[in-house]
Each structure stands twice: as C-alpha cells, then as structure tokens.
Design a protein around this ligand. Structure first.
Ligand code: SF4
Ligand code: SF4
Length: 143
C-alpha cells in the first residue's frame, strides 16, 4: 500500500526558516512546502481518494491563532475560514507562534516536528512576553 510521502526537512530547511522568521502567517507557505500526495500515492478505497495540499477551508488556523483570540473583532471583516482570510486578518501582527501550522491538516508532520523541536521554546517565551506587556497596558488603562 503506498504511503504518504512526507517532505524531507533537509530539502526545505533553509526556506522554511525564512518563512518562520517572517512576521506574517506562515501556514499557507508551509502547506506549499509540504510534499502532498504524488499521483501514485492515492488511497485505493472505494472512492479512490487523492490528496492535495491546497487549503481545505477547515478554519483550524483561524481558531488557533492567538491574535484573533485576543482581538475577536478582527474576525468581523470576513466570515471565511481559510489561510487567505488568516493572512488578511492578521497580516504583520502575527505573533510567530506557529500554531496555525501545527493545526493545519495540510502541512506535513515532518515540518510540524521540525517546528516543535526548533521553534517552540523561543515562540512560547515570545508569547509570554507579549501577554505580560498586554496585561501591563490593560492595567495602566484601567487605572
Ligand atoms: S497562529 Fe500564530 S503564527 Fe499563525 S498567524 Fe496566528 S499568530 Fe501568526
Ligand atoms: S488549517 Fe485549514 S483553513 Fe487553515 S490553511 Fe490549513 S487547511 Fe486551510
């Protein structure tokens, strides 16, 4: 039975780090770096399913984004639940937490493991700092 071929991280590591260092939602570009199903990697079931790495509009990335959780009114701009909407709603305010990549069913596990192993400690520290500064602003405004 053919298996899902995951992207070899060594092949994409350099460009993946460029994507992850940019202050904008990374999930769409991580999808594109994922290997996807080659034509001969289909599920031979009744429906003969074939996979692809396009956005399926599941909305996982929207739901997992801390920027949208902190500022839910941003979501009023569009009801769409795609990576395109995520990019429009978050843009350069991205926290670079990589949550959107980790929850996306269209991103290869090899890419997710790379992020967990190399980026999560730094990302959590950055988020905690951000939460602290937001709380300080909120406290100052409420005085
Ligand atoms: S989930 Fe994190 S990395 Fe993705 S767009 Fe939101 S803040 Fe940026
Ligand atoms: S999590 Fe869902 S909506 Fe977001 S990029 Fe992946 S497939 Fe598209």
């Amino acid at each position: 039975m053919p298996g899902l071929q995951q992207v070899d991280i060594k092949r994409v590591e350099r460009i993946l780090n460029i994507v992850l260092d940019e202050v904008k939602p990374p999930v769409a570009r991580c999808r594109l770096l994922s290997s996807g199903f080659a034509p001969y990697h289909t599920f031979q079931v009744t429906e003969n399913l074939e996979g692809f790495k396009g956005c399926i509009g599941c909305g996982n990335c929207i739901d997992a984004c801390p920027v949208l959780a902190r500022e839910p009114r941003r979501r009023d701009k569009t009801p769409q639940r795609t990576s395109f909407a995520l990019e429009a709603l978050v843009a350069e305010d991205c926290d670079r937490c990589s949550n959107c990549v980790l929850v996306c069913p269209q991103v290869d596990t090899t890419i997710k493991h790379y992020i967990v192993n190399t980026r999560m400690v730094e990302g959590m520290a950055r988020l905690l700092k951000k939460v602290d500064s937001d709380e300080e602003i909120f406290y100052a405004m409420s005085q």
